[in-house]
Design a binder for this molecule. Structure first.
Ligand code: AMP
Length: 363
């Protein structure tokens, strides 16, 4: 069995991993950590959420970072505020025994001055959402001239969310000599463009089959007429009284409607979508994380970055337009070794959408 020590990490980091209860590296960690420690070569990694990719890029950077130097040495870009906070929190946990190390998360929808104050104190790693990162660069509060590592986490999602220009801007102001690490669950054209334009002869790591669903996830579908979609959803909730899951809808309005009906019908449910204020979203997410809420009805974008490992079910109230979104959705369950079920409710007309999905997930 490979251990974290075998991968070349120092004792302070191993100690933190022990504290966290990480016993052995995941596949992506086993592949990425020694590669990044040993080589400055750029890296393209295929990895889905839940595979341990945060540690896969953070640990080798922490291993090599200069603790005597207070300037920003690594910038990690992530698609959502929640994911940025989560990554920074993980890095804090990994670095508890590294004296002199500091990390900051910068993201929109939150007071910029507090973030500037934190940057002014000197941090070695910044985790940011693309918009706020560019804003801080333009205000000359975030200096990336000494950056040695640039991580693009969930690159496909950042591009899906329209952050192409921001990524270009950050890539432009970071030194040519940096090492770029790009993590993505899928590789559509736009991600390839970034890789082609900004990466030099990248090494490639594939953790598990490309685009494939996790082996821990069982996939089910139910065919019902449109009129029976909501009653079918209720039945699914009824036969799974211990459900702890996310119901994915396609629009904000649909999300709100389904959540309202479930609440009215007495289920422990709430909605998460972009029309809620950040404060409202925080409250809902906190209730869901603490499991005082069993069912979260959400849009794809709003659910990104909600880091919960023990989901029993992911339900596609309606199938997404893009197949990649299906693998992202179902990848929210069956994480960290537990089993999960991904359910799709489909109308007879939507059945044709199933075979491309079956082909991609191989199930
Ligand atoms: P990530 O893909 O980085 O979001 O990680 C998914 C979850 O797995 C997180 O809750 C991590 O804390 C956890 N995790 C990551 N690596 C390991 C490991 N080697 N052993 C146990 N848990 C891990």
């Amino acid at each position: 069995m490979t251990t974290f020590k075998d991968l070349g990490l120092k004792s302070e980091i191993i100690k933190a991993l022990n504290d966290l209860g990480y016993e052995k590296p995941t596949e992506i960690q086993e592949k990425a950590i020694p590669q990044v420690i040993a080589s400055d070569q750029d890296l393209k990694a295929f990895a889905q959420t839940g595979t341990g990719k945060t540690a896969a890029f953070s640990l080798p950077i922490l291993e090599k970072i200069n603790l005597d130097n207070q300037s920003v040495q690594a910038i990690i870009l992530s698609p959502t505020r929640e994911l940025a906070i989560q990554i920074a929190r993980n890095i804090e946990e990994f670095s508890t025994h590294l004296k002199g190390f500091k990390v900051a998360a910068v993201y929109g929808g939150s007071d910029i001055n507090g973030q500037i104050r934190k940057l002014n104190k000197g941090v070695q790693i910044v985790v940011g959402t693309p918009g706020r990162t560019v804003d801080l660069i333009k205000r000359r509060k975030l200096h990336l001239d000494n950056v040695e590592w640039l991580v693009l986490d969930e690159a496909d999602e950042m591009l899906n969310m329209g952050f192409k220009d921001e990524l270009d801007q950050v890539l432009e102001v970071t030194p040519e000599t940096k090492q770029t690490l790009l993590f993505s669950a899928t590789f559509p054209k736009e991600v390839d463009r970034i890789a082609r334009n900004y990466m030099h002869n990248p090494a490639q790591i594939d953790a598990g089959k490309r685009n494939s669903g996790s082996d821990n996830v069982t996939h089910e579908y139910y065919v019902v007429t449109d009129r029976n979609r909501y009653p079918a959803l209720k039945r699914i909730a009824d036969i799974n009284p211990d459900i702890y899951g996310i119901i994915f809808c396609r629009t904000r309005r649909e999300t709100q409607e389904v959540a309202d009906k479930l609440i009215q019908d007495g289920y422990s449910a709430d909605s998460l979508h972009g029309e809620l204020s950040q404060a409202q979203r925080d409250i809902v997410m906190q209730k869901f994380r603490k499991k005082t809420l069993q069912i979260l009805v959400a849009t794809d974008v709003a659910a990104r970055g909600l880091d919960v490992d023990s989901l029993t079910h992911v339900i596609n109230y309606k199938l997404p337009d893009q197949i990649e979104s299906y693998t992202h959705r179902s990848g929210r369950t069956g994480r960290a070794g537990s089993k999960g079920i991904s359910i799709a409710i489909v109308s007879p007309g939507e059945r044709r959408k199933l075979s491309p999905i079956e082909r991609i997930i191989g199930k």
